[in-house]
Design a protein around this ligand. Structure first.
Ligand code: CP
Length: 319
């Protein structure tokens, strides 16, 4: 495998080119067998410490990073804002400098403010990984999604499923793009691997400007559904909506939900992804979420080797 220069931090897909993405996916593929071992660990990051520093709730991302770090034999530290001195008014800078002073090699940061991980990267000498910042980026989610799509479409046994090539694929990212950090990271990553990306949603749930987004836009899901190889559903982020963007959740489901009826009209072999957590009965019907073509559980499973690849590349491999 050719090694490509990666920066010291992973702050977004925007900082990566195709070669860097493919290299991370190849590493993820090589780490995926670690889970099958009787003792699912390798000594690659022994002696390193990874801190997860989360100012927003998370199930998948935090546990997945901690599992990835442990499988690489790194030590882990867990910080959650709700049970920390942030509740006494401690600043972001004082918080991360305090954590770093205890001796950490990487900080995995989630924050409600876009750009917070980039600020942290200026204050600390440790590597920083963006685990989701506001509506900006969630790069490891996009990487694990690329891996999951390639794995699902490729014949088994390939070193990197599909060779890392998504050209010819038509991917629809459906729903609440305006509040989604996943949408931006996925659009950039899918396009870098050669896919054609269409954002599908009501105008009120699209960002005011799509400058820099390598995408087409559609407002009628039914008009494009039959052309999509991958339907990537976004969570409606009602907690981030400062004003009403939708007449009702029922109307949203009616126009943009992957209902049973729409699932029947998908292309044969079309894949369905969702980053989670899902609003069953809103962006996806409960029965569709449990179907074989829906890759939600595979996405979660692939998060661990993908995050192993990121941590290894930042802390263990050549930069
Ligand atoms: N997809 C995702 O980021 O999920 P969590 O909020 O549970 O980490």
């Amino acid at each position: 495998m050719t090694e490509v220069a990666l920066p010291r931090h992973l702050l977004g897909i925007a900082g990566l080119d195709r070669a860097a993405i493919v290299e991370l996916l190849s590493l993820a593929a090589s780490f995926s067998e670690v889970a099958e071992r009787p003792i699912p660990k390798v000594p690659a990051l022994r002696g390193k410490t990874v801190a997860t520093v989360f100012f927003e709730p998370s199930t998948r991302t935090r546990l997945s990073f901690e599992s990835a770090a442990r499988r690489l034999s790194a030590d882990t530290m867990t910080f959650t804002a709700a049970t920390s001195s942030v509740t006494k008014g401690e600043s972001l800078r004082d918080t991360v400098e305090t954590i770093e002073a205890m001796g950490v090699d990487a900080l995995v940061v989630r924050h409600r403010a876009a750009g917070a991980p980039a600020l942290v990267a200026r204050w600390v000498t440790a590597s920083v990984v963006n685990a989701g910042d506001g509506a900006h980026e969630h790069p490891t989610q996009a990487l694990l999604d690329c891996y999951t799509i390639l794995e699902a479409l490729a014949p088994p046994g390939a070193e990197l499923p599909g060779g890392g090539d998504c050209s010819g694929l038509s991917i629809g990212i459906v729903g609440d793009v305006a509040h989604s950090r996943v949408a931006r990271s996925c659009a950039l990553a899918f396009e870098a691997l050669g896919a054609a990306v269409t954002l599908v949603g009501p105008r009120t749930l699209l960002p005011p400007s799509l400058e820099g987004w390598p995408v087409a836009v559609a407002s009628d899901l039914d008009a494009v559904l039959g052309e999509l190889d991958v339907v990537y559903l976004l969570r409606l982020q009602t907690e981030r909506m400062r004003q009403a963007r939708l007449p009702s959740l029922e109307e949203y489901r009616e126009r943009f939900g992957l209902t049973e009826g729409r699932a029947r009209r998908l292309r044969p072999g079309a894949l369905v992804l969702h980053p989670g957590p899902m609003n069953r009965g809103v962006e996806i019907d409960a029965s569709v979420a449990s179907e074989h073509a829906t890759l939600v559980t595979r996405q979660v499973r692939n998060g661990v080797p993908t995050r192993m690849a990121v941590l290894f590349r930042l802390l263990g491999g050549a930069r």
